[in-house]
Ligand binder design. Structure first.
Ligand code: AMP
Length: 397
């Protein structure tokens, strides 16, 4: 069976067509600037790339063009749309409404649209728009919703509750939901496979460090805690997100800066993090360069990021009562030896010993960067969220 994985943003739509027998990516691409002038689709298939420049006023036109590209004479990989067995849609937030991957029915669509938008106002409406467009264009094809939050549904109450009035948690669903669940799930399973152990035997801390960053405690194959909270703003500071901050400081800052609630949340999401600290960039490559050139604020941003990530690793080792493995993944986790070194430094007391020379190497696939005798294995594992979405969709069917 071939599964189409769709990740829709407010003005973008990324996709992959995956053959589930071999798990090979047959085609992939992305539409940019939906609803804006200059919209285009960059599509890959058959080892070739093609750019389609076309006015795409909405997601329906975009998905029609994607289906056209999948059947294109030159780069096409299927003869007819019927070859697509199902579509898996990435959805950021599920609230408490969906605990696992869910087949789309009119009822499910209604719940998605009526209940979850306010939990992820930037992401979930976009996913629903992409979903509606696919339903319109491929009405007979089964659709699945795969939630970033599902892997975190196993967190115990003591981990996901905030210290607010219990009645308010019940009434409004305000609690920790986490994010990047598909990635944490994928890399923790890959780590167990690599180490030749059953997931049940391992205590793993997975560090998904990218433009958005989250750290999870995975005990016996199940997530028991994670650093992102009610929304992906919580946890460590990120590219442009503040990470956790005292709620009173938020009110104080809003008053001083004359910002209303919505503007304050936008400020914390878009203007803070390492970009706000450095005043230079949200990209860790720029921070590395800045720090090397003696820019103290770039160095501070990196120090803060490493320090905060390290604190989560330590906290989660304590939460699980032990630690067998640390996994680094995503843009920064996979590509920044400096961050991996900065995070592991000082964790020797937990049995973490990094092989600095190995850590500095660039290796494709899974890369073990801990020293030979290290009690705690440190692994770099490339994430593959699309594959998890495709697997979950196939399993559901
Ligand atoms: P992601 O959100 O997983 O796509 O990660 C994107 C981020 O990864 C970028 O914003 C960069 O900060 C970071 N990144 C990518 N390549 C490198 C690299 N070679 N060294 C350090 N950071 C990198």
């Amino acid at each position: 069976m071939k599964i189409l994985v769709v990740n829709a943003g407010s003005s973008s739509l990324k996709y992959q067509l995956i053959d589930m027998e071999t798990e090979a990516v047959l085609a992939k691409g992305g539409v940019e600037r939906i609803g804006l002038p200059g919209s285009l689709l960059k599509a890959k298939g058959n080892g070739k790339e093609k750019v389609y420049e076309k006015d795409m006023p909405n997601h329906k036109v975009a998905i029609e063009l994607v289906l056209h590209a999948l059947q294109d004479n030159e780069i096409g990989v299927i003869k007819s749309m019927d070859e697509i067995g199902a579509v898996g849609h990435r959805v950021v937030a599920s609230g408490e409404y969906f605990k696992k991957t869910t087949l789309v029915t009119p009822e499910v669509l209604k719940t998605l649209e009526e209940k979850t938008f306010e939990l992820a106002p930037l992401h979930n409406p976009a996913a629903a728009t992409g979903l509606r467009a696919c339903i319109e264009v491929m009405p007979k094809t089964p659709m699945a919703l795969v939630f970033d939050t599902s892997f975190h549904a196993t967190m115990p109450e003591k981990a996901y509750m905030f210290g607010i009035k219990y009645e308010d948690y019940k009434e409004y669903g305000v609690r920790k939901y986490g994010a990047h669940g598909t990635s944490h799930k994928f890399v923790s399973k890959e780590a167990a496979k690599y180490l030749g152990k059953k997931p049940e035997e391992l205590k793993i801390v997975t560090c998904h460090l990218g433009n958005g960053s989250s750290i999870s405690a995975v005990d016996g194959g199940k997530c028991v805690d994670t650093s992102m909270g009610f929304t992906p703003l919580d946890g460590v500071l990120m590219g442009t997100r503040s990470g956790c901050i005292d709620a009173s400081a938020v009110e104080f800052l809003a008053r001083k800066k004359g910002l209303n609630h919505a503007d304050m949340v936008t400020y914390l999401n878009k203007q803070c993090g390492v970009a706000g600290i450095s005043g230079v960039s949200s990209d860790f490559r720029d921070l590395d360069n800045g720090a090397k050139e003696g820019n103290a604020r770039c160095a501070l941003a990196l120090d803060m990021f490493n320090y905060q990530t390290k604190k989560f690793v330590g906290a989660y080792a304590a939460a699980m009562g032990g630690l067998d493995c640390i996994v680094f993944t995503a843009g920064i986790g996979e590509n920044s030896p400096g961050v991996r070194e900065g995070v592991c430094e000082g964790l020797e007391f937990l049995g973490v010993q990094l092989d600095k020379a190995e850590n500095a190497k660039r290796v494709d696939g899974i890369h073990e960067v801990s020293a030979k005798g290290s009690k705690v294995k440190v692994l770099v594992i490339p994430t593959n969220e699309e594959l998890v979405i495709a697997r979950e969709t196939a399993e559901l069917l």
